[in-house]
Write a new protein. Structure first.
Length: 545
């Protein structure tokens, strides 16, 4: 890169401190980096490393005065944004520098249509209203790959898929043709195929508009394909900076090497068709009625799960993969009898499909679920010990307080947490620790079948690898049957003996995981593999938006 070029953005010796309860903590400590015109700079690191705090500082989006900057300059086109007045910042925000966030559902207004939300930006910064604004909105939606944009203008965020919502966020960010786009984990919550589409879209838009980009992520696989240079960040400091090629092929810092080695590894247990069947499902169907008219008559059905057969054996893992809306979680909930379904479901040889809620209750301790978001599934008002012990109080009421506490201690030890932490609350733990607590809550009841619904998707890569190792160890120790639901094929490959690939409620491909990963037969499966393992991007086009 030409050393004589002037940086579009130059961050110099930036520090960020947070003040709470009379205490001050330093979240960012002396960070410096430049972004050149037309360049993509990736800022990578695990949760809590200071990536997002650094990015939010650029547009002064931190919760001031709780946050402050003990040192630093943020020079954008020669102007220091840290000392700029409100009028200057309003001109820069959403106009010269824009930002897209990880979860578009929390960034979009649920009460406003897509047309109104994009239109507000055009009216505020460009004075566009009426037909001119609508024409520009349609142009933007078409540009970001929204099909039939005319039909989406009146849609609300909840009526769009995750990928479509993220495309709308990108359209809003591009509305005023910014010089710099800050993308904060914009693909983490998306399926692998949608993730690949969004990255390809951002790459095309960058080339078309000559835009610079600050790309924040913990996924080094994305960085390798997408960025020009990379800064590796941990504990508020940048520990390594360089071109993508240099950092990936010749990492200098131990932390960088740790990140590069953090993908889930190891092999699932050998498939053994002689192991006893724990869960059997035959012709499982979950159809949701579509009602219309004054009398609300059923006019059609959404076939969320449509005629699927599954067999789960002791000590084995069945992976269920597919995009959002494919029916993965619905299948798992049906097998666990948490929603009603048609077809035969047998648990440990006993037909349970016709069981009432009361009849199912004695079986619940052996049928457990671990959810995607541990923060949402753990009560913030209960201590960790109470959360784990709750199931024991329901299913083993004969245990006294000391016996329950001993079981809680045993469960925490099993998942690698200090038993002393049982007196603390969920908000005091990291994401990975919270997921271990959720796993301990399931394991304390000594289940035979565990449904794992995207248990690693919200975690950093290194924490993902640790949780995968933990799940593999628990399965071996307790001979557990896992139903592992995920769109992350790298994690599935490390855990599952057999795979079901789902799309629109049906099985696209099914068989031993080794065979499917080595030679997927169906075009849809091939597209999923291409997106997950960074193969030829054109294969992803086989999957519809």
């Amino acid at each position: 890169m030409d050393a004589m070029k002037t940086p579009l953005l130059s961050v110099k010796n930036l520090s960020v401190a947070f003040h709470q309860g009379g205490k001050t903590s330093l979240a960012v400590d002396g960070v410096s980096f430049d972004i050149m015109p037309g360049e993509v700079l990736a800022l990578v690191g695990e949760s809590g490393s200071g990536k997002s705090v650094s990015a939010n500082s650029i547009l002064r989006l931190l919760p001031y005065p709780a946050a402050s900057h003990p040192s630093g300059e943020i020079l954008f086109q020669g102007k220091d944004l840290l000392t700029a007045d409100e009028r200057t910042l309003r001109q820069v925000r959403g106009n010269d520098i824009t930002m897209i966030f990880q979860e578009p559902m929390t960034s979009l207004n649920p009460l406003h249509s897509i047309e109104r939300q994009i239109g507000e930006i055009l009216e505020l910064h460009q004075g566009l209203t009426g037909d001119a604004a609508r024409a520009r909105i349609l142009e933007l939606l078409h540009q970001v790959g929204i099909r039939e944009p005319e039909k989406r203008l009146k849609a609300y965020p909840h009526e769009l898929s995750g990928g479509q919502r993220q495309r709308v966020m990108i359209a809003m960010a591009l509305a005023n043709r910014p010089a710099l786009l800050i993308a904060d984990e914009p693909t983490t919550a998306l399926d692998v195929t949608v993730q690949a589409q969004i990255l390809e879209l951002l790459r095309d838009l960058k080339s078309e508009h000559g835009m610079s980009m600050l790309f924040i992520t913990h996924d080094l696989g994305i960085v390798r394909k997408f960025a020009d240079r990379v800064c590796v960040m941990t504990k508020g400091k940048i520990v390594e900076t360089g071109t993508v090629e240099d950092v990936f092929t010749r990492p200098q810092h131990d932390y960088t090497r740790h990140l590069l080695a953090a993908e889930p590894r190891g092999e699932p247990p050998l498939a053994d068709p002689t192991r006893p069947v724990v869960m059997q499902g035959d012709d499982i169907r979950v159809w949701f009625p579509i009602k219309a008219g004054f009398l609300r008559r059923t006019v059609d059905h959404v076939k969320a799960v449509d005629g699927i057969d599954v067999t789960l054996r002791a000590g084995q893992t069945l992976g269920v993969v597919g995009e959002s809306g494919s029916g993965k979680t619905t299948l798992g909930l049906a097998l666990a009898r948490l929603i009603s379904s048609k077809g035969r479901i047998a648990f440990l040889g006993q037909d349970i499909n016709g069981f009432s809620f009361k009849e199912m209750r004695p079986l619940r301790e052996r049928l457990q679920v671990v959810f995607q978001d541990p923060y949402g599934s753990l009560s913030p008002r209960m201590t960790v010990g109470d959360i784990i012990a709750e199931g024991l109080q329901v299913h083993e009421p004969s245990l006294d307080a000391d016996a329950r506490d001993a079981r809680v201690v045993e469960a925490l030890n099993e998942v690698g947490l200090d038993p002393v932490t049982r007196w603390r609350y969920p908000h005091e733990f990291s994401g990975g620790q919270r997921q271990r607590i959720a796993i301990a809550r399931a394991m304390v009841l000594k289940p035979r079948f565990v449904m794992l619904d995207e248990p690693t998707s919200a975690l950093d890569m290194s924490v993902q690898a640790q949780v995968v190792d933990l799940l593999r160890d628990l399965q071996k120790r307790h001979d557990l049957a896992y139903l592992f639901i995920s769109h992350d094929l790298k994690v599935v490959k490390a855990l599952a003996n057999e795979i079901i690939v789902m799309r629109s409620g049906r099985v696209v491909e099914q068989g031993p995981s080794a065979e499917i990963f080595a030679a997927p037969k169906e075009t849809y499966t091939q597209a999923l593999m291409a997106a997950a393992f960074n193969l030829e991007a054109r294969a992803v086009s086989a999957v519809s938006q």
